[in-house]
Design a protein around this ligand. Structure first.
Ligand code: NAP
Length: 255
């Protein structure tokens, strides 16, 4: 315990972080890792129960977290949430755009709703959160934005034109914004997970998981801990010279 305290990395002390999709999976683990480094984390998810439980779990470990239920697909709701967060905390230093959904189907069978829901949840949300929270970062001349994209945005996947378009769009947004805000010492990067064990991949079923594993050179799915470790590094002081980049973390699927 004493060694843990002495060795503990508190380099994000006094930073305020917003993590979307923090109720479960990758987002929850990112929230935990940032909080364990001292950040005060606002856990955003769709349902009050989900982000509430995640924030409670983080607080129970002795770190700082609070919950906020926001439908990130609703631009006006995101704008209102940004105002509320800035009013309450005065600033935000770190933004992780992680909330995402899939609504798979071949294009000829894909409904307009499934197209727009996936675009709004995964991509437009990113625009609204970045726009809503950028100002304090520019004033402080320090900020970290990490957008959780996917290898699908880079190499494609049949049945996911909506998801692939949204995730590729996040890469474009990342690179353009990185150039816009570099002079303010704000870094903007994208992380592209491959298959990572969460509720999202559990929904694929055993047979598809077995087939998918064969496509991965490392022959296994990644863990939320591995993805969150990369994100947490990108939020650190040491990562200050990396911006506009996309980092695949996928067991070797994209080389
Ligand atoms: P997950 O387990 O399904 O969790 C998704 C999280 O996003 C949940 O907390 C959910 O909220 C939240 N969310 C979804 N729609 C939302 C909305 N409209 N408003 C607010 N919050 C919303 O997903 P995951 O596997 O951790 O994936 C996280 C991110 O990584 C996603 O962007 C995904 O596309 C990306 N990714 C995942 C994989 C993978 O293999 N898992 C691979 C590549 C990329 P509730 O908890 O309230 O439902």
């Amino acid at each position: 315990m004493l060694i843990n305290i002495i060795m503990s990395d508190k380099t994000l002390e006094n930073k305020v972080a917003v993590v979307t999709g923090a109720g479960r999976g990758i987002g929850k683990e990112i929230a935990k890792q940032l909080a364990s480094k001292g950040a005060k984390v606002i856990c955003v998810s769709r349902s009050e129960n989900s982000c509430g439980a995640a924030a409670e779990e983080i607080r129970a470990e002795g770190f700082q977290a609070e919950a906020m239920a926001v439908d990130v697909a609703d631009g006006q709701a995101v704008n209102a949430a940004c105002e509320k967060i800035l009013e309450a905390h005065g600033t935000v230093d770190i933004l992780i755009n992680n909330a995402g959904i899939t609504k798979d189907g071949l294009i000829l069978r894909m409904s307009d709703d499934d197209w727009y829901n996936v675009l709004n949840t995964n991509l437009s949300s990113c625009f609204h959160w970045c726009k809503g929270l950028l100002r304090p970062m520019t004033k402080k001349r320090w900020g970290r934005i990490v957008n959780i994209s996917s290898v699908v945005g880079k190499i494609g996947n049949p049945g996911q034109v909506n998801y692939g378009a949204a995730k590729a769009g996040m890469l474009g947004l990342t690179k353009c914004l990185a150039r816009e805000v570099a002079s303010r010492n704000i870094t903007v990067n994208a992380v592209l997970p491959g298959f990572t064990t969460t509720d999202m991949t559990d929904a694929l079923g055993e047979e598809i998981i077995k087939e998918a594993t064969k496509m991965v050179p490392l022959k296994r799915f990644g863990t939320v801990n591995e993805v969150a470790g990369l994100v947490s590094y990108l939020c650190s002081e040491e990562a200050g010279y990396m911006t506009g980049k996309d980092f695949s973390i996928d067991g070797g699927m994209v080389m």
